[in-house]
Write a protein that binds this ligand. Structure first.
Ligand code: IPM
Ligand code: MG
Length: 356
């Protein structure tokens, strides 16, 4: 008998529901062949939760996720909720969920599919073969630091890291590097910020436990430039919450579309898996969203969250195959398209190939 897993599903807002439906389709197709049984429970977050319950992160969602083996999430937010106070906005719901789940390590891979090497805004010779992993600290730093306040004539936030927070995220990055090319670049602003000096010292200390891994450090401004100048120099980029937010969006453009890139957020408990893009309210409901980032997030869920490596490999291979065969959603339609497909059609084809 195969294994049975409880999967939390948070569709969210905008294109969230459309892309999640395709990911479920693919998960169902692949799980049959791999003899594992996935049971889904839907939960509310973000704008959808505000409309239904008045708050972006209902208690039922916090309780619900902890009963799951993994959670797959679409996207949240939209103009409808933009005028709300910060703590009532959809984004606060997502940050609260990450904190409640303790998913302190956010893995954001950025790689370039050979077929889409022309889709990048950079020259093909610069992005060919890029395969890097941003390891972003996700539940600390300036996103959560206290004190924070918005006053009439000033406002402030606090960038704070504890030793424990830096140690654990550094270990995640070194463990990942050991399975990759064994190179880490830790990104900080240690020439200006005490919190970065502290970060750097601790990363150095942890590095001693991993003598096989080559550790370098880079200031974040330089790292932003180097990502665009010569992205192949990076294997694992280890960085804090805010810097990782910015660098991972920049890295996503190497691959040609933000609609391609998945992420995994891991901690000591249940993992949260989501595309790195937002809810794209401008294209919601039109059936033109690219579901690949979410389908690839479902693959990361199988790989990192459930340990179902074969099923994950099947999905990754199916994504490569559809791209090779020239199926393209609108966002990448200018690059090697033999057939332009809708969100649903893309899900259908990937599901068919992943099932084989
Ligand atoms: C991301 C997003 C979020 C973040 C927002 C929506 C709160 O930009 O996941 O990168 O800043 O972490
Ligand atoms: Mg972001």
């Amino acid at each position: 008998m195969g294994k049975s897993y409880k999967i939390g599903i948070i569709k969210g807002d905008g294109i969230g529901p459309e892309i999640i439906d395709e990911a479920i389709k693919v998960l169902d197709a692949v799980s049959v062949g791999q003899n594992c049984n996935l049971k889904y429970t839907e939960m509310l977050l973000g704008g959808a939760a505000i409309d239904e319950t008045g708050v972006p992160l209902p208690d039922e969602t916090i309780q619900g996720v902890n009963k799951c083996d993994a959670v797959l999430f679409g996207a949240i937010g939209g103009p409808k909720w933009d005028k709300l106070e910060r703590h009532l906005r959809p984004e606060s719901g997502l940050l609260g969920l990450r904190k409640a789940m303790g998913t302190y390590a956010n893995l954001r891979p950025a790689s370039v599919y050979d077929e889409l090497v022309n889709a990048s805004s950079l020259k093909p010779r610069v992005v060919e073969g890029v395969d890097l992993m941003v390891v972003r600290e996700l539940t600390g730093g300036i996103y959560f630091g206290q004190p924070r306040e918005l006053l009439h004539d000033k406002a402030y936030n606090t960038m704070i890291y504890t030793r424990e927070e830096v140690v654990r995220i550094a270990r995640v990055a070194f463990d990942i590097a050991m399975k990759r090319q064994k190179r880490i670049c830790s990104v900080d602003k240690a020439n200006v910020l005490e919190v970065s000096q502290f970060w750097r010292e601790i990363v150095e200390e942890i590095g001693k436990e991993y003598p096989e891994v080559e550790l370098t450090h880079m200031y974040v401004d330089n790292a932003a430039m180097q990502l665009i100048r010569d992205p192949r120099q990076f294997d694992v980029m280890l960085t804090s919450n805010l810097f990782g937010d910015i660098l991972s969006d920049a890295a996503s453009m190497l691959s040609g579309s933000i609609g391609l890139l998945p992420s995994a957020s891991m901690g000591d408990g249940v993992g949260l898996f989501e595309p790195i893009h937002g809810s794209a309210p401008d294209i919601a409901g039109q059936g033109i969203a690219n579901p690949i980032a979410t389908i690839a997030s479902a693959s990361m869920m199988l790989r990192y969250g459930l340990g179902e490596l074969k099923a994950a490999d099947k999905i990754d291979a199916a994504i490569k195959r559809v791209l090779k065969e020239g199926y393209r959603t609108g966002d990448i339609s200018d690059y090697g398209a033999k057939e332009i497909v809708t969100c649903t059609e893309m899900g259908d084809i990937i599901a068919e190939y992943a099932a084989k």
